[in-house]
Design a binder for this molecule. Structure first.
Ligand SMILES: Nc1ncnc2c1ncn2[C@@H]1O[C@H](COP(=O)(O)OP(=O)(O)OP(=O)(O)O)[C@@H](O)[C@H]1O
Ligand SMILES: [Mg+2]
Length: 272
C-alpha cells in the first residue's frame, strides 16, 4: 500500500511509487498507532523552504534511518519532531501528542548533530546528571558510558575530549534516559567501524524492547541496520522503504547505488 499523503508530491509512474512501501504500510493497514505522524509539514529556514509538504508515518518499536545529502532537511525534520522547529504549516503528532508538548518531555530523547555536553563536568557526571533528572538508577550511567565505548574516559573532563568522544557522551546522556522515542542526528559520524557496528546493535536491541529510533546518517551502508528507510532530497521524501525493497525495486545490490538510482529517477521525473 502507498501512503496517500506522501503520494501527493510524487511524480506519476516513477520508481518512487514502487519503493514507497514499508512497515508504515502495515501500520496503516493494521490501524496501529504510529510513533510519529507528520502531515503536510512546511518549514522555512532563512529564505529557503527546508521541508515541502512533508508527510510521513514512523512505526513504533523500529529503527528508521533518515538518509539524504547534506542540506536536504534531515535535521529540520528531526527538530520538527522533537518540537524545537517553528513550522509554517502542517502538524506533527508524536506518541499521540502534538510535537513538543509537555507530555512528551520525558518520553522523547534528542541527540543533536553538534554534541551538547557540559565541558566542565566529567563524562560520568554528565551522564549521571541526566540519569538523576529522569529518575534512573546511577548504575545505568556506567552502563551507558560503557555502551558508547568511553569506559576508559569515564573520569575525563568533557572539555578534554575529541569531538567524536563528546558526541558519544551526548549519546550516552540520551540512552540513559530510556525514552520511548530516540531521535539521533548523525550519531555515528567520526566513529571507528567497530564502535559504529556496536552502536547499531544497541539501537536494534532498544527497538526490540519497544523504543522507536529515528537515526540520520550520510552513510548508505548504515541503512542496512534499519528496518525502515526515509530517503530525502531537497526537503522532500523521495521514498519510504526498507533496505531489501530498495534493492529489489532498483535492481542494485549496493544501497549507495540504489539511492543514486532513486535520485536519478526523481530528477528525470521532475524534469519531464
Ligand atoms: N540556522 C539556519 N538558518 C537558515 N537556514 C538554515 C539553518 N539551518 C539549516 N538551514 C537550511 O535549511 C535547509 C535544511 O538544512 P538541514 O540542516 O535540515 O539539512 P541536513 O539534511 O540536516 O544537512 P546535513 O546533512 O548537512 O546536516 C538547508 O537548505 C539549510 O541551508
Ligand atoms: Mg543535519
Amino acid at each position: 500500500m502507498i501512503l496517500p499523503d506522501a503520494l501527493t508530491y510524487q511524480p506519476a509512474g516513477s520508481i518512487i511509487h514502487r519503493v514507497m512501501s514499508s512497515s508504515s504500510d502495515e501500520l496503516l493497514a493494521g490501524g496501529t498507532d504510529a510513533a510519529v505522524h507528520a502531515r503536510h509539514l512546511r518549514v522555512i529556514r532563512g529564505k529557503r523552504v527546508a521541508l515541502h509538504d512533508f508527510s510521513v508515518l514512523i512505526a513504533r518499536g523500529s529503527v528508521t534511518g533518515l538518509l539524504g545529502p547534506s542540506g536536504c532537511g534531515k535535521t529540520t525534520l528531526m527538530r520538527s519532531i522533537v518540537g524545537t522547529q517553528i513550522v509554517s504549516s502542517g502538524s506533527v503528532t508524536v506518541l499521540g501528542h502534538p510535537a513538543g508538548s509537555a507530555a512528551l518531555r520525558r518520553r522523547v530523547g534528542y541527540v543533536t548533530q553538534d554534541p551538547t555536553v557540559y565541558n566542565d563536568l566529567r563524562v560520568i557526571d554528565n551522564v549521571r546528571y541526566f540519569a538523576a533528572l529522569y529518575g534512573v538508577a546511577p548504575a545505568a550511567a556506567d552502563e551507558a558510558v560503557n555502551g558508547v565505548g568511553l569506559r576508559d574516559h569515564a573520569s575525563a573532563y568533557c572539555g578534554n575530549l575529541s569531538g567524536g568522544q563528546r558526541g558519544r557522551v551526548s549519546l550516552a546522556c540520551a540512552l540513559v534516559c530510556q525514552p520511548d522515542l530516540l531521535v539521533l542526528d548523525e550519531p555515528t559520524v567520526g566513529l571507528d567501524p567497530v564502535l559504529r557496528a556496536d552502536l547499531w546493535t544497541q539501537f536494534q536491541a532498544l527497538a526490540r524492547r519497544g523504543t522507536t529510533l529515528l537515526v540520520s546518517s550520510h552513510v548508505m551502508d548504515e541503512a542496512d541496520h534499519c528496518a525502515d528507510l526515509l530517503l530525502m532530497r531537497e526537503g522532500r521524501l523521495l521514498a519510504h522503504t526498507t533496505p531489501d525493497r530498495l534493492r529489489e525495486d532498483t535492481g542494485c545490490t549496493s544501497l549507495e547505488e540504489a539511492f543514486l538510482s532513486v535520485i536519478r529517477h526523481s530528477t528525470a521525473a521532475s524534469a519531464s
